[in-house]
Design a protein around this ligand. Sequence first.
Ligand code: ZN
Length: 119
Amino acid sequence: MKDDANHFNQENQPIPVLENRPVGVKEKEREGVFVNGFICQNCGLHFNLFSWKANRHRSDNTYCPECGSKGSFIHYRKVLSTKRVRDNNSNDEIFRNVPLEGSQLMKDSIVISKQKDSK
Ligand SMILES: [Zn+2]
């Protein structure tokens, strides 16, 4: 398992990784951890998209982040976890995979200062 490396806010102050709780999908809605691999048939970009929902991201509702095309992808999906609650000790959680180790925080980041309660 990776160390509990910190994420950083806009002031470059560390945010403990275990406090960076998910927002958007409530834990009771979580179906597990999934990584969708897409290959754009328009421009050829390969990209991975993580989700807590098994079928949220499909070829017909996904846009290529490079060329903006929708719908023409080869789509793969890997189930990383079937746990319906976050396991802080698992390397299969999204927060262990994003950002990739060695990434630098970009200045265009928009940090929500008030975290929503995800429960
Ligand atoms: Zn594309």
